[in-house]
Design a protein around this ligand. Sequence first.
Ligand SMILES: NC(=O)c1ccc[n+]([C@@H]2O[C@H](COP(=O)([O-])OP(=O)(O)OC[C@H]3O[C@@H](n4cnc5c(N)ncnc54)[C@H](OP(=O)(O)O)[C@@H]3O)[C@@H](O)[C@H]2O)c1
Length: 330
Amino acid sequence: MASKLMHAIQFDSYGGGAAGLKHVEVPVPTPKKNEVLLKVEATSINPVDWKIQKGMLRPLFLPRKFPYIPCIDVAGEVLEVGPEVKDFRAGDKVVAYLSSKNGGGLAEFAVAEESLTVARPSEVSAAEGSALPIACLTAYEALTRIAGVKLDKTGQPKNILVTAASGGVGLYAVQLAKLGNTHVTATCGARNIDLVKSLGADEVLDYKTPDGAALRSPSGKKYDVVVHCATGTPWSTFEPNLSENGKVIDLTPSFGSLMTSAVKKLTFCKKQLVPFFVTVTGESLSYVVNLVKEGKLKSIIDSTYPLSKGEDGWAKSMDGHATGKIIVEP
Ligand SMILES: NC(=O)c1ccc[n+]([C@@H]2O[C@H](COP(=O)([O-])OP(=O)(O)OC[C@H]3O[C@@H](n4cnc5c(N)ncnc54)[C@H](OP(=O)(O)O)[C@@H]3O)[C@@H](O)[C@H]2O)c1
């Protein structure tokens, strides 16, 4: 395989947006001892992919080097396995999370670590599977690990607010929160209110109205947890809407929000701002793939692009107005 060429999209410097992406032919990667080689069937684009291109993750040494094939959430079929791979063989359908150091998703073939590759049952399409890793596990970890929501409804009742509930993370957050013992308020644009309600939200606010901008619950609820998928909301907007020990889980921490978070901790403030960064594990990925298989969770697809038009999907993601996930299919 290694001498064969494949189509891929890459960038070779910071910046440039969709116009900075280049269609190239490069060698098919070779799996290392604990890796699988995948024929990519679908890749989803996340904001972190173009944030890497913008240089926003340069302090974390991302990307490790140029040229870089972006995107890290994929679904596909195993073609080859490294000598130490135990659980997969050629022909297996899988979902995988590639390392953000190396990227590799916007291509016909990609290599994934065995530990971050999980089986994909026939009930879960490649597009639905590729949508899951970053977006769904962000929602899952924020709700279960930080907010303490138990997805079998055994936990204490909680009032949850999901902001930007129509986005890649938000649509999963609403559905997962409703698997727990929760009341869910959500914010989104007017065009997505019916969709967000249909996925279980108890009340939905249009973020462009005064009440929506103020995050004010129509039923007067105070939030125990905010899964904050939107950006640019000051602490003063959250504060009056939080319950006594309310937590805002900030998915897009800025320097200012990191400072606010530190001050809240140092002053033993009961209301907390929690900066959040997802950690993907094979175990949690397998768990959410199975929720989709069981029909308890849906991946909502905004749009699908062929690899030959991958830059259009990139531009759509950068535009910030997708409803659910953007998929590229080789
Ligand atoms: N920390 C982590 O580990 C982690 C992991 C995943 C994602 N993130 C971050 O989380 C954020 C959300 O990611 P995503 O993938 O969900 O983004 P996304 O899919 O691009 O979100 C787009 C959606 O957000 C809606 N929206 C934008 N501003 C809004 C506002 N003020 N109020 C309500 N809705 C609003 C848009 O609705 P309209 O079209 O109606 O405007 C659109 O439907 C990004 O900043 C991303 O980088 C962080």
